[in-house]
Design a protein around this ligand. Structure first.
Ligand code: C2E
Ligand code: CA
Ligand code: CA
Ligand code: CA
Length: 269
């Protein structure tokens, strides 16, 4: 066993070192990317039962000079670990708020990472950005994850209440994948649940997923929360969700994320 352990170690060591180096390199590049403004704001439409686009979600991409367009899963976790999510998250929020005054009919949703939300300065930063841009807070939704709210319940609810006072709405992102304690849902100023794509993916065939979605709808109705289904890709999924009275959808069936200006131009005509 000892031998095996040792050889395993030898075998892993170079690759682990490589991983650390790669991470370090990526961190440096991420810092440069912030200065050089290599980030691009993408928007994905959210559709209501009339098939009308009532809002969008902001999703960031990194336009890397050599590697091309990098998806957020490849750099958001590192940004979160290193604290670079603070300037990056601020950039996404600001770019989104800047679009709002010229599209007053649309709702805009922005993802807020745990570290960003926990920053003591967050509420003030949002206030300042609202003032600077003239964006209507009643059209702004912040998407946060369940874990964040539970680990820091008191602080989170205070902060959410302060932001809600300004007119801002809150959505629980990736709903169903986290701790899902129903008692906290009741205690927090939440307006919306976003059902994670993993529950939508195998609908309508997967009966246990169907039951879960039905249950989430019942919970939402009981708590008077709106529900958005994420990752709707097919007509069969759409129709099944409609049958559960789940009417707000986001997914490739309606539109993939695309550069903000491109989607907004299309929505205008
Ligand atoms: P998320 O907030 O759950 O965003 C939804 C993700 O699902 C997006 O991936 C979107 O492109 C993808 N998606 C939407 N509809 C479909 C569909 O029908 N099929 C499939 N296969 N995928 C669909 P994306 O843009 O790659 O973003 C991944 C994650 O990165 C986001 O998940 C979010 O957690 C994070 N992220 C993106 N932008 C930001 C940001 O500005 N700030 C923070 N903190 N996180 C962000
Ligand atoms: Ca989201
Ligand atoms: Ca989500
Ligand atoms: Ca998700």
């Amino acid at each position: 066993a000892k031998e095996a352990g040792r050889s395993t170690w030898r075998c892993f060591e170079p690759s682990m070192q490589k991983q650390v180096e790669k991470r370090f390199e990526l961190e440096g590049e991420l810092r440069k990317a912030l200065e050089a403004e290599q980030f691009v704001l993408y928007l994905q439409p959210k559709t209501n039962r009339d098939g009308h686009v009532y809002g969008t979600e902001s999703l960031v991409r990194w336009q890397h000079p050599e590697k091309g367009l990098i998806p957020p899963d490849a750099f958001i976790p590192l940004a979160e670990d290193t604290g670079l999510i603070l300037p990056l998250g601020e950039w996404v929020l600001k770019e989104t708020l800047k679009l709002m005054p010229t599209h007053p009919q649309l709702c805009f949703a922005v993802n807020i990472s745990p570290r960003q939300f926990r920053n003591p300065d967050f509420v003030n930063r949002v206030k300042t950005l609202l003032e600077e841009t003239g964006a209507d807070p009643n059209k702004l939704t912040l998407e946060v994850t369940e874990g964040l709210l539970i680990t820091d319940f008191k602080q989170s609810s205070k902060r959410m209440a302060a932001l809600q006072q300004l007119g801002i709405s809150f959505s629980i992102d990736d709903f169903g994948t986290g701790y899902s304690s129903l008692s906290y849902l009741k205690k927090l100023p939440i307006n919306e649940l976003k059902i994670d794509r993993s529950f939508i993916k195998d609908l309508p065939e997967d009966t246990s997923d169907a039951l879960l979605v039905e249950t989430m709808m019942a919970v939402a109705q009981h708590l008077d929360l709106a529900v958005v289904a994420e990752g709707v890709e097919t007509q069969a999924q759409r129709d099944f969700l409609y049958s559960l009275d789940c009417n707000l959808h986001q997914g490739y069936f309606y539109g993939k994320p695309e550069p903000a200006a491109q989607l907004l131009a299309r929505l205008k005509d």
